[in-house]
Design a protein around this ligand. Structure first.
Ligand SMILES: [Zn+2]
Length: 235
């Protein structure tokens, strides 16, 4: 692996890291997408591990450029030194207790994580990047919002029955938990499903409207110029 030394303004670029099972890679994405992306690191036979991510980050001089970084949650956990797998404290932002299921929909404030120190709260290794540099993956936000929409939908009512009929091949557990994949979400969001709209009542309707809004404006492929304004009105 060669050392990266290109002239650029690190603020204009995001580092995308991915490690599809066998080969960790790093690509620079231009903010605004007017310039093409630049592959900066790729290792063919290294398996996904903290050590290999560390080698990769050192090779691309991450400490010098400190780009904002995006990637899937697995890679983000790796670069932050978090333990892999189903761990109790898996969030790098707060001290959310994964196992306290009964509290998940009642308790709203979880204490912020103050440090990422190895040995404390499922942190295993010294973080390779600052938590403030992490950009959360939009797909996970979308899946999470969808999950909460379905959980909020009153399960006895017509709207929930509609969802069950619409996706008969989803397991009961997945439907109950609101676990949907991209194409199904697109289906629900499509305007032609006004039928679903009519079935929803009161709060359900409000929940779906804001869901649609979130998906279309923030997470769609278009860029919302008035992003900040929209976030404020949504809040
Ligand atoms: Zn959290």
């Amino acid at each position: 692996m060669q050392t990266l030394n290109i002239n650029h303004n690190p603020l204009d670029w995001r580092l995308f890291t991915d490690s599809s099972k066998l080969s960790p890679k790093a690509v620079l994405l231009h903010s605004g997408n007017t310039l093409p992306s630049i592959p900066v690191g790729h290792s063919m036979h290294n398996k996904e591990s903290y050590e290999n991510m560390k080698i990769l980050m050192e090779a691309i001089n991450y400490d010098k450029f400190t780009w904002k970084i995006c990637g899937d949650l697995k890679v983000i956990a790796l670069v932050l030194g978090l333990k892999q797998g189903f761990t109790k404290y898996c969030c790098f932002i707060c001290e959310w207790d994964n196992r306290a299921r009964s509290l998940h929909y009642s308790r709203k404030d979880w204490p912020a994580r103050k440090s990422l120190e190895p040995g404390i709260m499922t942190v295993e290794n010294q973080p390779l990047v600052e938590p403030s540099k992490i950009l959360l993956p939009p797909m996970h936000l979308k899946l999470g919002v969808m999950k909460n929409l379905v959980k909020d939908t009153n399960k006895g009512k017509a709207a929930f029955t509609y969802l069950l009929e619409k996706f008969p091949r989803l397991s009961e557990a997945k439907r109950k938990e609101g676990i949907f994949i991209g194409p199904q979400i697109r289906d629900i969001v499509k305007d032609e499903y006004e039928y679903f709209d009519k079935l929803l009542q009161g709060d359900e309707k409000a929940a779906r409207d804001s869901y649609k809004f979130v998906v279309k404006v923030f997470l769609g492929n278009r860029k919302a110029q008035i992003y900040e304004e929209l976030v404020n009105s949504l809040l």
